[in-house]
Design a protein around this ligand. Structure first.
Ligand code: CO
Length: 657
């Protein structure tokens, strides 16, 4: 296995998350080279990972960093590679916004639009028409703009909605001023257009879930504490460069301003050998398309990675309550708008969780009765992107499975509910609508199942036709179809056929002579629900398939392209895969689309209980047998009957599954 050519510690140092010192050193070079001036905002700064093939072969060069910069007085944008270890800029390309699109949204744009819009006579008139005259209560919400017309290309635009926040403590999302859309050029500070389509009443009922006097309910009685204790500490250790060792698993935790958590070099111990599974895994894009085509909101489709850089919005979990148990936190370091290091304290949460029964059997013949408990290592972080909050949870289990769960919560995007039976939104409170929408994620899974050379088979359940092979008509089997090229490998899930994707290594055999592998189990929920000629279909083509497979290329990182903001589409996966390259028995990357199709419920208001989506990777012929026969009985866990209250059926406290 070629990864052994490089010392693990050298590899993890090469892939380590950016440090504050590296950010500051890079900044000095960018300033010196005239790329970062007074009016320049750093949109993105992150590690430009060295080509995996060089790294694994033992050629390690100085760490390179990518900076995306925008001058907010001229609009000029640059895509820069800086190498602080060599005190130089390796490349600096000025974007052509008409072709390339724009660098991601910078923080100043959020506050800027309100100041600009508040002074615009057309908008003021639209507000007066609705009886809204107190500017201090009118919040202007900047939204990434998409691309509507050729006249917009080349400009840096936000489309804006207005909400009424009646007091500083009020939840503004409860009071959308629907029907008015404002287009703002955030470089020239011009209001380009105020579109007043329809005068819908502003919903009046508050949604102040954070205010006990508004909630006006006593606390639910009878809630007793749940304490998770680990008297001997957690079972993991964290070494240099955030390399975690946990009960046979090894992985490196990284953090990126665009993708958030990144896991590198995931491997699992098998009889003393550390066997690789994944080289790198991240959420490389996520996009929230809204299904209401009305003129004031057709453009609502937010790329939370490519346009907003969700990692930069990571919550600080220092206040507790976000994770329970024996928690280790890691800080995240990103660049601020001026290019200085900004530490997000305790952004990443690491802990282990009991997950119930791992396996169990009572044998009627030999009289044995055994059970073992499962547990998982949880590596997570939470972001707030506008109205929504998302938690990203990577789970590594004793049985060799890897799971990602995304938890969506926060506030649904609101509208006025125009009339009973409106077909594109739910009514959540009197006159308050919530447009139907999706949350679509793209997991980039750079697979490394026992080495770099991998292949993908589609497995599915198949009825065998009645006949000589199947005289009783009860036969069914599993079909295996190799996905040989990029066009073969653009697939939809099909849960009615139990369709899954097996990533195997044709060069490494298990003890029964089969190729070792891991299976990707999709949830199989809907992909993008939009017409193939629509704007969003072209901009988010990645989200129209559950699976894409590409050969590894170091520059192919983001499935909707590098510059998504105001890009008209076609970049990323649709562009790369047009070459229809071979993906059979080579170094491959899987791109998996998953997510939620959200028809909001009344119960999602005023704050939405967590809804989840994700996927699972499970070993499939990777081990020679159940890899958890070495897990001891959990005699030291609190497995005994608990407090007796006189009711026999209440005795089991922790054992139920
Ligand atoms: Co939703």
């Amino acid at each position: 296995m070629e990864h052994r050519a490089t010392e693990p510690s050298i590899l993890s140092a090469a892939l380590a998350t950016v440090s504050a010192a590296e950010i500051e050193a890079s900044r000095s070079i960018l300033v010196r080279e005239g790329l970062l001036g007074e009016s320049t905002h750093v949109s993105y700064f992150g590690l430009d990972e060295q080509d995996k093939r060089e790294l694994l072969a033992g050629t390690v060069s100085a760490r390179r960093f990518r900076a995306m910069l925008v001058d907010m007085t001229s609009g000029a944008s640059h895509d820069v590679i800086v190498v602080p270890g060599e005190d130089r800029v390796a490349s600096a390309r000025q974007l052509d916004p008409e072709v390339d699109g724009q660098v991601p949204v910078v923080l100043v744009e959020f506050s800027l639009v309100e100041q600009i819009v508040h002074k615009d006579e057309r908008w003021l008139e639209a507000m007066r028409k609705r009886g809204l005259t107190d500017l201090s209560t009118l919040r202007v919400n900047p939204l990434s703009a998409g691309v509507l017309a050729l006249s917009e290309t080349g400009r840096r635009i936000q489309r804006c909605f207005t909400f009424v926040q009646s007091t500083p403590n009020d939840l503004g999302w409860a009071h959308p001023v629907d029907g008015v859309t404002v287009m703002v050029d955030v470089v020239s500070h011009e209001v380009l257009e105020v579109l007043d389509y329809v005068n819908l009443p502003v919903p009046q009922e508050d949604g102040n879930f954070h205010d006990p006097t508004w909630v006006n309910q006593p606390d639910r009685p009878g809630i007793k504490p749940i304490e998770i204790t680990q008297p001997e500490g957690p079972s993991f250790t964290i070494g240099d460069d955030n390399v975690i060792d946990w009960l046979g698993w090894k992985l490196q935790v990284g953090f990126d301003q665009r993708e958030g958590l990144v896991v590198h070099n995931v491997s699992i111990n098998d009889a003393g050998v550390q066997r690789p599974v994944l080289y790198r895994a991240s959420i490389a894009e996520m996009m929230v398309p809204y299904g209401d085509p009305s003129p004031q909101r057709w453009f609502q489709n937010f790329f939370d990675c490519g346009e907003y850089l969700l990692g930069g919005f990571a919550n600080s979990l220092e206040l507790g309550c976000d994770c329970v148990g024996d928690i280790t936190y890691l800080d995240a370091v990103v660049a601020d708008a001026a290019g200085h290091a900004r530490v997000i304290p305790q952004a990443i949460c690491i802990h282990e969780e009991d997950t119930g029964i791992l396996w169990k059997h009572t044998d009627n013949w030999n009289g044995s009765s055994d059970s073992r408990r499962n547990r998982r290592l949880v590596v997570s972080f939470f972001v707030t992107v506008g109205n929504y909050d998302y938690g990203f949870y990577w789970y590594f289990s004793l049985d060799g499975s890897i799971e990602l769960e995304v938890k969506a919560t926060g506030i649904v995007f609101t509208s006025s509910y125009p009339n009973q039976g409106y077909e594109f939104a739910s009514e959540l409170a009197p006159g308050l609508g919530a447009p139907y929408h999706q949350h679509l994620f793209s997991a980039r899974l750079d697979m490394m199942v026992d080495g770099s050379v991998n292949a993908v088979d589609e497995l599915e359940a198949v009825l065998v036709p009645r006949g000589d092979r199947n005289p009783t008509g009860t036969g069914f089997t599993q079909s295996v179809t190799r996905l040989k090229t990029e066009s073969d490998a653009q697939r939809l899930a099909d849960n009615a056929r139990n369709r899954v994707w097996l990533v195997s290594n044709p060069g490494v055999k298990n003890r029964l002579g089969g190729d070792v592998g891991y299976v990707l189990y999709p949830e199989g929920k809907p992909v993008l629900l939009a017409d193939s000629e629509s704007d969003i279909y072209k901009r988010a083509t990645f989200s129209t398939k559950h699976l894409w497979v590409t050969p590894y290329e170091p520059g192919e990182l983001y499935p909707a392209g590098d510059f998504v903001n105001m890009h008209s589409g076609g970049s990323g996966l649709p562009a790369w895969t047009a070459a229809d390259r071979n993906v059979d028995s080579t170094d491959i990357v899987l791109w998996h689309t998953f997510g939620l199709t959200h028809f909001p419920r009344i119960e999602d208001w005023p704050i939405m209980p967590v809804d989840s989506s994700g996927f699972v990777l499970k070993p499939h012929g990777f081990f020679g047998r159940n890899p958890t026969l070495d897990i001891p009985e959990s005699s030291s866990d609190h497995c005994a009957p608990g407090h007796h209250d006189g009711h026999a059926h209440h005795q089991e406290v922790q054992e139920s599954e």
